[in-house]
Design a protein around this ligand. Structure first.
Ligand code: ZN
Length: 198
């Protein structure tokens, strides 16, 4: 598994990618195996720090991503937007099938205990602050940070974390960069070439 894989509208996943993933379930949600192990340790630490997290989303199949997309589109059109405007608005926060990190099993959407959907209010929670301070130690990064929208192509998502492995996550965190910048400028400088993509 390439833990540094980029999945975006510019670099969609190959069809059948999910057949190559080894999954493990946590609280009824699927994650890539190593991601699940790290996530389990993260959740245990958060709990002992009295910052209980809710898992809103883990792995999504291409079919499920398609369903989410159609739902979002009809919601925007019901609110009065025409097809193109609805598509543009939905694309700010939702990826098309093949273009979502959730199809890799490496992404997780967090919430506050009891939440059943993601929310911008998450940013105000102690859980969000805890994640910002600690997630990298477990190999997770805030994947779509503020001020990086022009690089990631995705609006700020305080709830969406992505597993990249602890070594890469710490470098990304310390330098205040996003995954794309890390791959372009930092990977060769900091990572031993034998570690790449592990
Ligand atoms: Zn997400």
């Amino acid at each position: 598994m390439d833990y540094l894989i980029i999945v975006s509208r510019f670099e969609p996943l190959a069809e059948g990618f999910e057949n190559m993933i080894r999954f493990r379930s946590i609280r009824g949600k699927l994650f890539e195996y190593q991601t699940a192990d790290s996530l389990e340790r993260l959740l245990a630490q958060a709990e002992s720090d009295r910052c209980e997290l809710e898992l809103i989303s883990g792995y999504r199949s291409a079919d499920y991503q398609q369903l989410l997309w159609e739902k979002e589109l009809s919601k925007e059109m019901a609110a009065g937007l025409d097809y193109n405007a609805a598509k543009q608005k939905a694309a700010l926060t939702l990826a098309l099938p093949g273009e979502s990190e959730h199809q890799t099993g490496l992404a997780v959407d967090f919430g506050v205990q009891g939440d059943d959907d993601v929310s911008y209010d998450f940013i105000k929670s102690k859980q969000s602050v805890w994640l910002e301070r600690n997630a990298h130690k477990y190999g997770f990064i805030l994947r779509y940070p503020r001020m990086k929208e022009h690089i990631t192509g995705i609006a700020f998502e305080p709830w969406h974390y992505r597993y990249v492995g602890a070594e890469s996550a710490c470098i990304i965190k310390q330098n205040g960069i996003c995954l794309e910048e890390f791959l372009d400028f930092y990977q060769d400088k900091y990572l031993d070439s034998t570690n790449k993509g592990i």
